[in-house]
Design a protein around this ligand. Structure first.
Ligand SMILES: Cc1ncc(COP(=O)(O)O)c(C=O)c1O
Length: 376
């Protein structure tokens, strides 16, 4: 048997990492401005994380969700405090798509409706409901075409409000900074008007913070720049620094009913130990503030490059839009200049480094980026 080939691969294998650096099988060192796709929050192989995960693994890796797990209670309390959502509840799952899937189900259980509004360019994952609210026909199979979803342009307040005011919309789902869609930011005016319309009609507001959340934007959640409190907030990626984990933060108005949601693996002992260790490090090293500080510095510097048409983003979630395809640039950055970056579409370079990126590492990236642009 061999892997099912659905990922176009770069011809490089990463075998170890430390902080914001990774090394390939030939021991070449790379600067990681990609964070393994926005997943590495506290840096690769942080000693506290290794110690906490190893200690938990030597005690108990997993037991069923049918018995008490005080690590889940501890993690929920810590996350509530860190994020400013102490009055919310937490449901733990394994991936971002699964968190969004459960958000949409919970919204529908709550108000009994089935219509969803999602943004043009949105990406919410690949499971059935999550992919249906994702604006990409190529990754929706015929079985996903269930007519639940209306896609409207992000920040088109009038269009969203008039659709919500029809009164039959179950939920709206928004990435306050679109990741896959190309680092487009929702505005405070838009989100506040949508919040108001949702309140007036019993529509549920879901913020997908899978990529833009968990400190990446320079605040714990990207929507915290916009003056709204969503009813449901999905988190994943950086939550456990690479251990597969995700969660759904749930407003007090949702009433839990035994059996309405469930999971075998979600919130395992090992996952919770990893997630608690991530919060320990985020707090002790001030990583949300670091993301804000180093991110602003990086964005200011990047605005000085003539070949970059536009710089967008917040904190350490930055998009660089070019007038032409970045395929070769991204390739050269890896193989000539030893820097990993992400992409969105054909023309946008996406920077999603670990939140512990230092100013010296940002400068090192800027030097290599400058060199790479000379031949681009
Ligand atoms: C905003 C957003 N939502 C959901 C997902 C899906 O997460 P996962 O791949 O963990 O299912 C992603 C993944 O890139 C994402 O960027």
């Amino acid at each position: 048997m061999k892997p099912f080939e659905v990922f176009p691969l770069y011809d490089v294998e990463i075998v170890r990492g430390r902080g914001c650096k990774v090394w390939d099988a030939q021991d070449n060192e790379y600067l990681d401005l990609y964070g393994g796709h926005a997943v590495i929050s506290i840096g690769h192989c942080h000693p506290h994380y290794i110690e906490a995960v190893s200690r938990q693994l030597s005690r108990l890796g997993f037991y069923s969700n049918s018995v008490r797990n005080s690590l889940q209670v501890e993690f929920a309390s810590r996350l509530g405090h860190a994020s400013g959502y102490e009055d919310y509840s937490l449901f733990l799952v394994n991936s971002g798509a699964e968190a969004n899937e459960n958000a949409l189900k919970l919204a529908s259980f709550h108000n009994g409706r089935t219509r969803v509004i999602s943004a043009a360019g949105a990406f919410h994952g690949r499971t059935s409901l999550a992919v249906e609210v994702t604006d990409n026909p190529r990754i929706n199979a015929p079985i996903n075409h269930c007519d639940h979803v209306t896609f409207l342009p992000l920040n088109d307040t009038a269009a969203w409000v008039s659709e919500i005011e029809k009164g039959d919309v179950c939920a709206v789902i928004v990435e306050c900074i679109q990741g896959v869609g190309g680092i487009h930011l929702a505005t405070p005016e838009f989100m506040q008007a949508v919040r108001k319309a949702c309140d007036a009609t019993g529509t549920i507001m879901i913020c997908d913070e899978v990529q833009c959340g968990y400190g990446r934007s320079g605040r714990f959640f990207a929507h915290q720049y916009l003056g709204v409190r969503p009813d449901l907030i999905s988190v994943a990626k950086g939550i456990a620094n690479g251990f597969p984990m995700a969660g759904l933060l749930i407003a007090p108005k949702f009433r839990p009913v035994f059996g309405m949601l469930g999971t075998t693996f979600g919130g395992s002992h090992l996952a919770c130990a990893a997630a608690i260790a991530v919060l320990d490090v985020m707090e002790s090293e001030g990583l949300v503030d670091n993301a804000a500080r180093v991110g602003s510095y990086l964005m200011e510097q990047l605005k000085g490059f003539d070949k970059v048409r536009e710089v967008r983003g917040r904190g350490l979630m930055i998009g660089l839009e070019f007038d032409k395809s970045i395929k070769e640039l991204r390739h050269d950055l890896i193989f000539k200049y030893r820097v990993f970056t992400g992409a969105a579409g054909s023309n946008i370079l996406r920077l999603l480094p670990p939140l512990c990126l230092t100013r010296a590492e940002a400068d090192e990236f800027l030097t290599r980026f400058d060199e790479a642009l000379r031949t681009f």
